[in-house]
Design a protein around this ligand. Structure first.
Ligand code: UDX
Length: 427
């Protein structure tokens, strides 16, 4: 099939590369000139395992091309995916990129086509968007919604073998065409209305952080009641109705999706006349987790952080990514600096991003260097490298042997044997 994808961000580039790999002819439209120039040379502007190889391969096979011009990509495309960003600004979804993209798309339509929204958009937007697009074209088009559920770091796996493919289309011919386009991709299928599809996306991105905040609350209770979070969560997740995933307790969730989508759904509900109380509590619980962790650091440091040297291990919002958007590290560092601590930090992939965004912190590429003279090691992102540290060496580098484990990855007994004071969350 001939396809066009608007926006070469995470979602767009992965979608384009996967559909090209499945044998389709895909044009990608990118308006950022710098990014476009890189992509045309086969360079992927962000780190995602396997993606650069897939892009290069399909570029060489001429199944994948990049352009700034809608006039090159849109005419001839049977399905056009809209994959532009929809950031949340002051709690509201900013749809300006979606309106801009669909305007240019409509102006360049030369034949009937399916326009598939992959961008996360407020449920029920289709009628308004369709009317907007009809202002720029006489051609027939069907506006559908095919939400994306991929995780950073696992984008290809999630796109090729997703749990499900949700097709939000009122028109059965369009739904059939999308089903056939997704042949070769795993997972269950659900065809529903575009509004339902859009709400499924928000519901998923609100439910998963709800599970995480719930697990974090249980972890705090474990601390208070003397239970062990690992056993409690394991026993909880063994109930198949609950399931073991997204129950890992720690410093809380971050990233480009959960925080923004929780905020957006809270406001979408409010505008629809419903107070979504659970989501407000999920957000508050996530923020409180940082304070709770700071409390532990304070206690283990004798009640004051003035002049204390603290080393942060891990800055990205989760392992295997250089993305620091809404990362717990950002909020934690801010809180610790306010209390007078001196921060040293390290990360295997996110140092470049972090240096741009975080000021007044000493950055190191090597964790042992970062730990030199430290009064406490704070594990913030559970990169494998940090899980395998040589704690004899760590102890020699540090001034005071204190470990506060924000992701519950270290073995308390082993560390205590080496003379470390240790606290996890709920352990
Ligand atoms: C998420 C959704 O999983 C994905 O379906 C959606 O399309 C985009 O948002 P992503 O942001 O890449 O994906 O990260 P994910 O792996 O889901 O983790 C999100 C955050 O939750 C991370 O900060 C992670 O550390 C945290 N987390 C995750 C926990 O604290 N505990 C868990 O058990 C799981």
């Amino acid at each position: 099939m001939n396809l066009a994808v608007i926006g070469a961000g995470y979602v767009g580039l992965v979608t384009a590369a996967v559909f090209a790999e499945l044998g389709n002819r895909v044009w990608v439209i990118e308006i950022d000139e710098e990014k476009l120039a890189k992509l045309q040379k086969g360079e992927v502007p962000f780190y995602e395992p396997g993606l650069a190889e897939l892009v290069l391969k399909n570029l060489e096979k001429k199944r994948l091309s990049f352009t700034r011009a809608y006039s090159k990509a849109v005419p001839g495309a049977e399905v056009i995916f809209v994959c532009v960003g929809t950031p949340t600004k002051r709690g509201k979804v900013d749809l300006s990129a979606v309106y801009e993209a669909t305007r240019e798309l409509a102006e360049n339509l030369k034949q009937p086509a399916i326009v598939a929204l992959k961008s996360t958009v407020p449920p029920g937007i289709n009628l308004k968007l369709e009317e907007w697009m009809r202002g720029f074209t006489q051609e027939e088009f069907e506006l559908v919604s095919v939400p994306e559920f991929l995780r950073e770091g696992k984008a290809l796996e999630d796109t090729l073998s997703p749990h499900r493919v949700i097709i939000g289309a009122n028109n059965t011919v369009a739904a059939e065409k999308l089903l056939s386009l997704h042949r070769g991709i795993g997972g269950e299928r659900l065809v529903c209305s575009p509004t339902s599809a859009q709400l499924i996306k928000y519901a998923a991105n609100a439910f998963l952080p709800t599970k995480i905040s719930f697990a974090n609350s249980i972890a705090v209770l474990c601390d208070k009641l003397g239970a062990e979070v690992e056993s409690v969560i394991k026993g909880l997740g063994m109930d198949r109705r609950i399931g073991p995933e997204y129950l890992k307790a720690g410093l809380g969730y971050g990233g480009s999706c959960f925080p923004k989508d929780i905020e957006a759904l809270t406001n979408i509900a409010k505008e629809a006349g419903y107070d979504f109380r659970i989501l407000k509590a999920v957000k508050k619980t996530n923020q409180a987790q940082i304070k709770y962790f700071v409390g532990k650091v304070l206690r283990l440091s004798g009640g004051s952080l003035k002049g204390r040297v603290l080393t942060i291990l891990g800055l990205s919002f989760k392992p295997e990514t250089s993305d620091i958007r809404e990362a717990s590290s950002l909020y934690l560092i801010k809180a610790l600096k306010k209390l007078g601590a001196k921060i040293r930090a390290t990360d295997p992939a996110a140092l470049k991003e972090a240096k741009k965004k975080i000021k007044g912190v000493a950055f190191f590429a090597d964790p042992y260097q970062a730990l030199k003279g430290a009064d406490a090691l704070l594990l913030v992102t559970e990169w494998e490298e940090y899980q395998k540290l040589d704690f004899e060496k760590v102890g020699q580098a540090m001034r005071t042997r204190v470990v506060v484990d924000g992701r519950n990855v270290y073995n308390q007994e082993e560390l205590e044997k080496l003379g470390f004071a240790y606290e996890g969350i709920g352990k």
